[in-house]
Design a protein around this ligand. Structure first.
Ligand SMILES: *Cc1c(COP(=O)(O)O)cnc(C)c1O
Length: 367
């Protein structure tokens, strides 16, 4: 009898289209045979990791023969002090993507559905689908979450609502009172994941929700990451804060050593290095202003962003502009997969990188 491997798959996985990350620098160098490429595609911190974090992992390299602390106690203690939340309400993840998976694995089964917004983070529909559950995509308003519509989309099968604030890829921001009102209106048996991957940027520009809000809402889970403002994307470390009951379940299903020892160490020192964080936030704010003005001057409309990137309308399919920029050594991110075919997303880089992006874009337009 012929066996067909596809027939053995769980039905959700059969239809899964993998997440497409920003193009790596090495690939572009190899494919196009060009050097000195700048990557403005994945919202990484252009200043790099905190020098203190780098120094700390250098001295712990000799311990790589040992397993990491599976509980991550030291880092949890630091996070607990920093955010004034209980250490046992914290779950550490291999990136905050790990946390997104914990939620779906704990709380979604085939019969359930989960709600997310149009033009929101592409990982939400993927994890929902991989559980064989139904994803409900709610139309966006002004490129951001429409909380009223999301609430109206709840039905008997709804288990989780995903909210990215600020949102990626659009950078839109929901004000604190609006979010709190939403949380007050949502039934307690529906979980809300508030994904604050870009919290540090938004909180620098506007008051955002603190982690201690999880104490008022037992169905609220807030996730954060060291991948963006803290500049540790390559190490893979993020975390969530939730009720102790929920973090207990997360800790049951996670792998015993899901966060590696270098990531634990680097995160601890990055958290202490406020100077590096503030420099990163200030650079981002100043350079973002410059980029808005530039894009406006060439007639491209930007979506107002509370994160470290700008998503803008290039008035034609952005694939062409993306390719031309690539050939000139600048990696941006086309937004077709987010159903925004005319938008391009660019991460705020170093002063020189942003200048190069502007110069290359101008030269393309003048061609
Ligand atoms: C980048 C990003 C994350 C973080 O991913 P990590 O796994 O922590 O690197 C989470 N959510 C959103 C919306 C993001 O853009």
């Amino acid at each position: 009898m012929k066996s067909n491997i596809e027939d053995l798959l769980n039905s959700g996985i059969k239809q899964l289209v993998p997440y497409e990350p920003g193009k790596p620098i090495e690939d572009v160098e190899k494919d196009l045979g060009i050097k000195n490429i700048i990557k403005l595609a994945s919202n990484e911190n252009p200043l790099g990791p905190s020098p203190k974090a780098l120094q700390a992992i250098k001295t712990s390299l000799r311990d790589l023969n040992r397993y990491p602390d599976g509980n991550g106690s030291r880092l949890k203690e630091c996070l607990s002090k920093e955010h004034k939340v209980n250490a046992d309400s914290i779950t550490l993840g291999n990136g905050s993507n790990d946390i997104i998976e914990f939620i779906t694995r704990c709380f979604l089964s085939k019969e359930d559905n989960a709600i997310f917004s149009q033009h929101a983070f592409a990982v939400y529909p993927l994890v929902i689908q991989s559980m064989g559950a139904e994803g409900i995509e709610v139309p966006a308003t002004n490129w951001g979450h429409d909380l009223q519509l999301m609430k109206d989309s709840i039905n008997k099968k709804t288990r989780i609502i995903f909210i990215a604030n600020p949102n990626n890829p659009t950078g839109t921001f929901l004000e604190k009172p609006e979010l709190i009102k939403f949380l007050e209106e949502i039934p307690e048996n529906i979980l809300v994941l508030l994904d604050q991957a870009y919290f540090d940027y938004s909180n620098y520009e506007k008051e955002d929700i603190q982690l201690s809000l999880t104490e008022s809402f037992p169905n609220l889970i807030i996730s954060r990451t060291f991948s963006k403002a803290y500049g540790l994307a390559g190490l893979r470390i993020g975390y969530s804060v939730s009720s102790k009951k929920i973090s207990d379940y997360f800790n049951r299903i996670r792998q015993p050593f899901n966060v590696n020892s270098l990531a634990l160490k680097a995160a601890e020192y990055a958290l202490k290095d406020k100077e590096h964080l503030l420099n990163s936030l200030e650079l981002n704010k100043l350079e973002k202003e410059g980029l808005y003005k530039f894009l406006d001057s060439i007639g491209y409309e930007s979506i107002e962003s509370y994160a470290n990137f700008i998503c803008f309308d290039c008035k034609q399919n952005s694939k062409d502009l993306f390719m031309k920029l690539l050939q000139k050594g600048v990696i941006a991110r086309p937004m077709e997969v987010y159903n925004m075919p005319n938008h391009l997303r660019v991460t705020i880089g170093l002063v020189e990188e942003n200048k190069l992006f502007k110069d290359k874009l101008l030269s393309i337009i003048k061609e």
